[in-house]
Design a protein around this ligand. Structure first.
Ligand SMILES: Cc1cc2nc3c(=O)[nH]c(=O)nc-3n(C[C@H](O)[C@H](O)[C@H](O)COP(=O)(O)OP(=O)(O)OC[C@H]3O[C@@H](n4cnc5c(N)ncnc54)[C@H](O)[C@@H]3O)c2cc1C
Length: 388
């Protein structure tokens, strides 16, 4: 039977939208399917919008650089404001362990020529006005990183993809993959069937369920994370600030916050222990803990008005790296899943990579680097990256 399109993308999220955009830009006929009612309504809209290339793993560094390049030039390219705010990332250090972790990472980051340096306490106080000076030992600052509004980005990638011919179907759930002779032929949904020589799984927290439809077992498991946002306040803070210390309450690992392009303070913490599962109901403890951590770092934020909190999912892999590449044993099935807590910032880089693989053009990642994201890798070798 003839193909309906060149590629089907499952999921209009942080990864699926850029994938559709790059495919459409290359002149491919693309169909994007999402069970939700609009673009970016899965975990994409839960992200606080931090975008950085300053990772410690070559694949993430390269994907982050590519994403930064795309996000930071998006307005020139398309005329659309997606809330890009340069201003970098700052990791302050208040104890020896954090200082030593950050200094060790600098070695790796400099080997990849990333613009990140150690700054003394006075410089950190200039970069983060009002930061608690007590015990501050300095920190790292990477001015080239930034922030983007995830909903505006989803909307704009979708608009640009559609303008180039991509078709989006919302409220349409993929219920099965059509596979025969170890080859994917298309998808079945709750409304019908579509045929394509390439099917791209960018289904986020449901990525492993979609893979299972083709008989593949991939370790992507959702984890719950909460976030909040304030009413706007006078602009005072350029970077996203990440406090790597565990919280004194014993329930949190790192805490991070920034002021977005609309001057709202946006914040998040990593719960400890991790909370596996798909629970998206906000907890009573989130706001008191987040407020205490925020005020301990910037005491003058004690009168901040909080406007909204929410809870979303990180699609986690055991080694903390995404799964990007062709599925083993099922021809035509591409995977862009398991983006953990970095799917928004890596999304455009992963999307460009998937589009290149689908079109048979040269991906932005060198083959040996791309191999580190392979679905066939050993997920339990080595350690998780320390800067999630
Ligand atoms: C509180 C919080 C803060 C975060 N902050 C950041 C941050 O600052 N920076 C960052 O980079 N990341 C951040 N993240 C992580 C980021 O949100 C995710 O990594 C990212 O959104 C995952 O992208 P995705 O495209 O894989 O999934 P999604 O964006 O969820 O897209 C997957 C889509 O697939 C659709 N789908 C699933 N199954 C089916 C099906 N059967 N049929 C049809 N459609 C289907 C879903 O409806 C969804 O729209 C944060 C996450 C949380 C929870």
């Amino acid at each position: 039977m003839a193909a309906d399109v060149d590629a089907i993308v499952i999921g209009a999220g942080s990864v699926g939208n850029p994938t559709a955009y790059f495919l459409a830009r290359e002149g491919r006929r693309v169909l994007v399917l999402d069970e939700l009612s609009a673009s970016g309504q899965g975990q994409n809209k839960a992200a606080i919008g931090g975008v950085r290339a300053t990772h410690s793993d070559p694949a993430k560094i390269r994907l982050g650089q590519e994403s930064l390049e795309i996000f930071s030039h998006w307005k020139e390219e398309t005329g659309t404001d997606i809330g890009w705010k340069p201003g970098g990332y700052c990791f302050p250090a208040y104890d020896e362990t954090t200082e030593s972790t950050l200094r060790t990472l600098l070695g790796v980051q400099h080997a990849y020529h990333l613009g990140i340096e150690w700054r003394d306490p006075a410089e950190i106080r200039r970069v983060v006005p009002g930061i608690n000076p007590e015990g501050l030992r300095g920190g790292t600052y990477s001015p080239g990183d930034g922030q983007v509004n995830p909903l505006k980005a989803a909307e704009s990638f979708t608009h640009e993809a559609v303008r180039r011919g991509a078709e989006y179907h919302y409220r349409e759930k993929v219920t099965d993959l059509l596979v025969d002779d170890h080859t994917v032929r298309g998808v079945r949904t709750d409304r019908g069937e579509y045929r394509a020589p390439v099917v791209i799984n960018t289904a986020g927290a449901r990525g492993s369920q979609i893979a299972r439809m083709a008989g593949l077992e991939l370790p992507v498991a959702p984890e719950s994370h909460e976030a909040g946002i304030s009413a706007p306040v006078k602009e005072f803070l350029a970077p996203l600030v990440v406090d790597l210390r565990p919280g004194p309450e014993g329930k949190t690992a790192n805490f991070y916050f920034g002021q977005d392009a609309d001057q709202q303070v946006i914040f998040c913490y990593t719960p400890r222990p991790a909370v596996p599962g798909e629970n998206r109901t906000s907890t009573f403890e989130f706001m008191p803990i987040a407020a205490a951590r925020l005020v301990s770092l910037i005491p003058r934020l004690k009168n901040l008005t909080i406007r909204r909190v929410w809870r979303g999912l990180y699609p986690m892999t055991p080694d903390g790296s995404p799964i990007v590449g062709w599925a083993p044993d099922v021809k035509g099935l591409l995977l862009g899943i398991g983006l953990c807590g970095q799917g928004f910032m890596l999304g455009p880089g992963v999307g460009r990579t998937l589009a290149a693989l689908a079109s048979g053009t040269r991906p932005i990642l060198d083959p040996d680097v791309l191999a580190t994201l392979s679905p066939s890798r050993d997920f339990y070798r080595g350690t998780k990256e320390s800067l999630r």
